[in-house]
Design a protein around this ligand. Structure first.
Ligand SMILES: Nc1ncnc2c1ncn2[C@@H]1O[C@H](COP(=O)(O)OP(=O)(O)OP(=O)(O)O)[C@@H](O)[C@H]1O
Ligand SMILES: [Mg+2]
Length: 773
């Protein structure tokens, strides 16, 4: 047996070595599900399966990259290169770039983020003359998103009297029309929103059997991590693609299902044995991540949920310290406690910052923690919140660039047509929009054909519109030869955006200019990274795709050592030696919005289970007696979840304060499923609710979160001319390595380098940041 197989226990080996056919691994946190998935891919490849035939779907692109790296370590880099791995959204965006033309989309379609979708919806609501207090754009967007994730098209919507009636009851009888308009406008703009990436993939695979056959044949082995959080749309894609070969491997933990508000559907796990024949069912019980105290405490929490599959989780790790609970008078004090405790632990055991994570229920809680960490000079990184790419000035520049790639992109156009101000007012834009709708063209096309259309726009304005079109076209010409950085810098200057903020002269204006500079630095870094790899172009289209689909963890290269701050939702699948879960208070965690039914409360409890099981060595729970919320100081009570932990595993650092809370109505989401059947690995008899009921979708925000850009490390180095085959080198990003081959001359000189981390990369020497050792 090959060596790496011995890095697995017996229970893990079984699913890794499972022969062809469907299999499912259901197991608790930290038991090695992700490891099993990774090693199974390596094993399949060692058995002769071509990487080209494997598709792996993960929760973040970062997780996919890490898996790929581990696989490359085992089977070699060149083999691992062809693996398709990533989030559902990034993988299927790629597929749609190849085949979306069959649905009428250009291959350079824009991906609308949540903000773009919301702006478009509010424009539509306004154009239709509807009351914006009744048709709230965020609610409308949530509805449409949940329709799409349940594959309810506009037509299906109208065919479903329940949905139509529900909207009528909610005093929104024109929901269907809004939905229709929204879909039309996105299509005309050559744009897909996040949900479209899944919906259109489904449409493509359903309507074009030859496309389905092509990808079924290609993806002979499909593997899905975190299966408990797939939604209906994702489920159907996986089902369709795996239908021919049935080589589908899913791993998950129903106790960690935390995205139901976004449409995740637990019945995907429960139905798996019905969907496929002869499913191999595997369970893992040994946790390798955490101490005994943490594992046992987490078990005692999740046992409080009635709706769950029964699971055993144990560990042979040390007992470890007890879970420490701390109370502070205010959230500022809570921040100080956390920062102080991190500082002490760091000093006592000489630990890097990266060993610590602070997790919270909502993004707004980060502020007091940040303040305290800053005072102690402890470097941290925030994941989530308003991302860099969502800032106004950044979106302005990006919108110019989006328009260069896809001039039909209506949202990009509307943002910048009069920014900086060039005398094109709202009434002109309204006329253009009406004409665009009338002729079924994009606004840009209308602007480009003004002389042929009878629009009541005066000649002065027409000239301004013409100038704008000419400017964008000049950028497009430049884009044919320039790299992303050169183009972006030119656009930032020539569009007048930079100047606008400079003129402003206020500290905010300067700050915005600096942000644009940082964006440009980021693009430069990106271009160099891409250029180094001999097969990428480094053009702006590649950059925009990267920006649109990067999840918030993706840009974390791990090279600088910082404390991690993030929401619990984002922390799924990750692990840290020391974890602080802050804001353990009633109404905050569990959230006030999720306490109406048992099933909502159980989801909050699963969220707490996820939070606690991120910790390897030590977990802290903190709460306050008073907290600023919505600008007011309010009384806070300790979360019921603290009391729910078996007290054997808890140490109170401050005197105990009891929690008071009201019990709930009982709703059983498992319906009539007999859970004992699942335990015995038998096919399900009962029918769990297939209900993909439209969900309120508050945290859709998460998807649009983008990483902060990092400034580039160092500059393009002059490479030692003595570099030769066999030279040992150091690369700022890829680390140490040895040159295997040098080829090409002048600007085209490339080196093939085997890095110590396992990767073999071909780098263009003119850009490579190499140091000869
Ligand atoms: N057989 C093993 N021997 C040693 N370490 C292991 C073994 N299996 C898993 N681990 C380690 O235990 C930790 C948890 O594994 P992994 O992340 O795969 O668990 P998981 O079940 O996917 O967790 P989660 O439910 O949180 O996603 C990782 O650090 C992993 O490397
Ligand atoms: Mg995992």
């Amino acid at each position: 047996m090959e060596n790496y197989i011995n890095e697995l226990n017996e229970a893990q080996k079984a699913p890794v070595l499972h022969k062809d056919g469907p299999l499912m691994v259901i197991a608790g946190a930290g038991s090695g599900k992700t490891r099993v998935l990774t090693y199974r891919i390596a094993y399949l490849m060692s058995q002769g399966v071509d990487a080209f035939n494997i598709l792996a779907l993960t929760f973040t692109n970062k997780a996919a990259r890490e898996m790929k790296k581990r696989i490359a370590d085992i089977v070699g880099t060149s083999e691992a290169k062809n693996l398709w791995m990533g989030t559902f959204h990034s993988v299927f965006a790629k597929l749609l770039r190849f085949d979306g033309d069959k649905l009428g989309y250009p291959s350079n379609f824009t991906i609308y983020d949540t903000q773009d979708s919301q702006r478009l919806l509010s424009a539509i609501i306004k154009e239709m003359g509807l009351d914006k207090d009744i048709y709230k754009y965020k609610q409308v967007q949530n509805r449409i998103s949940s329709y799409k994730n349940s594959l309810i098209t506009v037509k299906a919507y109208y065919n479903n009297p329940d949905l139509v009636e529900a909207d009528a009851m909610a005093k929104r009888p024109r929901m269907g029309e809004i939905y229709q308009n929204y879909v039309d406008r996105c299509f005309k703009a050559g744009a897909m929103d996040f949900d479209d990436l899944l919906l259109r993939t489904n449409e493509l695979l359903t309507r074009f059997p030859e496309v389905l056959a092509k990808y079924q044949d290609r993806f002979r082995y499909i593997l899905v991590d975190e299966y408990q959080d797939t939604n209906h749309s994702q489920y159907l894609i996986v089902k369709a693609l795996s239908d021919r070969f049935q080589n589908i491997c899913v791993v998950g933990d129903d106790a960690q299902s935390i995205y139901s508000f976004r449409g995740a559907n637990i019945s995907n796990i429960l139905n798996f044995q019905k969907d496929y024949d002869n499913v191999g069912m595997y369970r893992l019980e040994q946790n390798y991540r955490s101490t005994k105290n943490i594992v046992n405490a987490a078990n005692s929490i999740i046992a409080k949920n009635t709706n769950q599959l029964e699971k055993v989780v144990w560990t042979s790790n040390d007992e470890g310290p007890l879970i420490k609970v701390h109370r502070s008078p205010t959230d500022a004090e809570e921040g100080r406690f956390v920062a102080g405790s991190i500082f002490e632990n760091k000093m006592q055991s000489q630990l890097p910052n990266g060993n610590f994570a602070v997790l919270y229920r909502t993004n707004s809680q980060s502020r007091s923690i940040e303040d305290a960490l800053r005072k102690r000079d402890i470097p941290y990184r925030i994941y989530g919140g308003l991302s860099f790419y969502q800032r106004k000035e950044i979106k302005d520049v990006l919108s110019y660039l989006r328009l260069v790639i896809n001039p039909k992109d209506e949202e990009a156009l509307k943002r910048i047509i009069n920014f900086p101000a060039r005398g094109i007012g709202q009434s002109t834009l309204d006329k253009l929009t009406v004409a665009a709708n009338h002729y079924n063209r994009s606004i840009f096309e209308v602007m480009d054909n003004l002389e042929r259309i009878d629009l009541k726009i005066n000649s002065g304005t027409k000239r301004k519109l013409g100038d704008f079109v000419a400017m964008i076209k000049s950028f497009q010409i430049m884009n044919e030869s320039a790299d992303a950085f050169t183009l972006a810098e030119h656009v930032a200057k020539k569009s007048g955006v930079l100047l606008e903020f400079k003129k402003d002269g206020t500290p905010e204006g300067i700050g915005k200019m600096e942000n644009i500079e940082e964006l440009l630095n980021g693009i430069k870094d990106f271009v160099e990274g891409q250029k180094e790899l001999a097969d990428a172009k480094g053009d702006i289209g590649e950059f925009l795709e990267d920006v649109a689909l990067a999840t918030d963890l993706d840009k974390d290269t791990g090279d600088d050592d910082r404390v991690a701050l993030m929401t619990i939702h984002l922390a799924k699948g990750l692990e840290f030696p020391h974890v602080y879960i802050v804001g353990m208070e009633e109404d905050l965690f569990p959230s006030a919005m999720s306490m109406n039914t048992r099933s909502e409360l159980e989801e909050e409890r699963r969220l707490f289970y996820v939070a606690l099981t991120r910790a390897e060595k030590q977990a802290y729970l903190t709460y306050t007696q008073n907290r600023y919320r919505w600008g007011k100081l309010v009384d806070a009570e300790p979360s019921r979840f603290i009391e729910e932990i078996d007290e054997k595993y808890v140490e109170n650092l401050t005197p105990v304060q009891r929690s008071r809370y009201t019990p709930l109505i009982d709703v059983d989401i498992f319906g009539d499923v007999d859970r004992s059947k699942l335990r015995q690995n038998k096919p399900l008899q009962g029918t769990p609710p297939s209900g993909v009921k439209p969900n309120e979708n508050q945290l859709r925000k998460l998807r649009k979160l983008k990483p902060e850009l990092s400034t580039p490390v160092g500059n393009t180095n002059s490479v030692d001319p003595n570099l030769s085959e066999g030279s040992l080198v150091n690369h700022t990003r890829f680390g140490r390595g040895q040159v295997i081959k040098i080829e090409g001359v002048g600007n085209d000189r490339k080196a093939e380098i085997k890095f110590d981390k396992g990767d073999i990369k071909k780098l263009l020497l003119r850009f490579a940041k190499l140091e000869v050792l």
